[in-house]
Design a protein around this ligand. Structure first.
Ligand SMILES: Cc1cc2nc3c(=O)[nH]c(=O)nc-3n(C[C@H](O)[C@H](O)[C@H](O)COP(=O)(O)O)c2cc1C
Length: 342
């Protein structure tokens, strides 16, 4: 019998005992672990705020219209994607998942599962080279359909890893700039640092690949990303894992998209759990979203098949949400479908 998403999540619940409860809705309220682990840093407020900020938006039902067929397709970084939902960078099998799967299994599940679903996944980096290596080799195995995310290391080190991304055939390369003080790195004595606009410009000029800055939470940083020549930003608080007491991404996305949305590609992640959540993020100004923990759970329970199934389920859910808000394609999605809850 083929595995269903329910059986995949049940399997993950057993395998992740003591790390993640695989809650019906992953909202950060019951996480048995923080960072390292699957939860958020400190009080977990930044993680919970992501889910709460999305919940603060409601959607306007529109069912008297002729948009019966939904087209979810888009082009991103020169690639045709079946839908605007990507795999987020999730790495650190040994520390975050206590070795319940290997780094290679984790990276391959995300990258190959997303590619099979007609989308893309990002991959992560960390204190030991194994993390970046696993991501790069998964991306190579997927014919380049993936985006490695490099920690904000010293520039010379980043350039070396950008070359490796180019060799792997990656469609773009990213830096998670919000990891400038990430405990996983600092505790291991690894140098990570904030970057100036000049440094960003220097790094962007080093590669023909689009450079994505992940971990932008303010208009000021978004403008610096534009100034530095980045191709895209990810509005992200690292799933609430970088700094405690940050707002949810859905709360800051509208002002960031209004400020730079016509100059740079705006992506977002944090707390996206359903097709309605995806719809809300697109209506708030994002071109596409990234999903982390739900795909990590699917990866643990079902490998690449699990990730593919979870992504496709989110896409089906998005199609229904678009149909019920009179959206035929992604261009139809805008502020008119949203209402702030009171
Ligand atoms: C266990 C775990 C490991 C992660 N590792 C990385 C990483 O190596 N690089 C990175 O840029 N982000 C990393 N993230 C953050 C995700 O890319 C993403 O920003 C976040 O998970 C999105 O929020 P969500 O999990 O609520 O969907 C990690 C997240 C988790 C939960």
């Amino acid at each position: 019998m083929p595995a269903t998403l329910t059986s995949i999540r049940e399997r993950a619940r057993v395998l992740l005992q003591g790390i993640c409860h695989v809650c019906p809705v992953c909202d950060g309220r019951r996480c048995p672990t923080g960072v390292p682990g699957m939860g958020g840093i400190g009080t977990g407020a930044s993680f919970r705020n992501n889910v709460a900020a999305l919940a603060a938006w409601q959607v306007n039902l529109r069912v008297l219209h002729d948009r019966k067929d939904q087209d979810l397709g888009l082009k991103l970084f020169g690639q045709k994607l079946a839908f605007p939902i990507l795999g987020a960078a999730v790495a650190g099998a040994r520390v975050n998942f206590q070795g319940r799967l290997t780094e290679a299994e984790l990276a391959r599940a995300f990258v190959l599962g997303a590619a099979e679903a007609g989308s893309l996944s990002l991959t992560g980096d960390g204190p030991v080279p194994e993390l970046m290596e696993a991501g790069l080799s998964a991306i190579k195995a997927a014919g380049g359909r993936g985006i490695p995310v490099i920690k904000p290391r010293e520039d010379a080190e980043i350039v070396g890893l950008i070359r490796r991304a180019e060799e792997a055939g990656a469609v773009a390369v990213a830096i998670d700039v919000d990891a400038a003080g990430l405990v996983n790195m600092t505790r291991a004595g690894q140098v990570v640092e904030p970057k100036t606009a000049e440094q960003v410009a220097g790094l962007a000029a080093m590669t023909p690949l689009p450079l994505i800055l992940k971990g932008i939470m303010t208009v000021a940083d978004a403008r610096t990303a534009v100034e530095g020549g980045a191709a895209a930003i990810v509005v992200s608080n690292h799933g609430g894992r970088a700094l405690d007491h940050m707002p949810g991404t859905a709360a800051v996305l509208p002002e960031i998209a209004a400020a730079v949305g016509d100059k740079i590609i705006v992506l977002v992640d944090g707390g996206v759990r359903s097709g309605v959540d995806v719809l809300k993020m697109l209506a708030l100004g994002a071109r596409a979203v990234l999903v982390g923990r739900p795909l990590a759970i699917a990866a643990v329970g079902g490998g690449a098949t699990g990730v593919q199934g979870q992504l496709e389920a989110l896409a089906d859910d998005l199609a229904t949400a678009m149909r019920l808000t009179a959206c035929g394609d992604l261009r139809d999605i805008g502020p008119r479908i949203l209402r702030k809850s009171w």
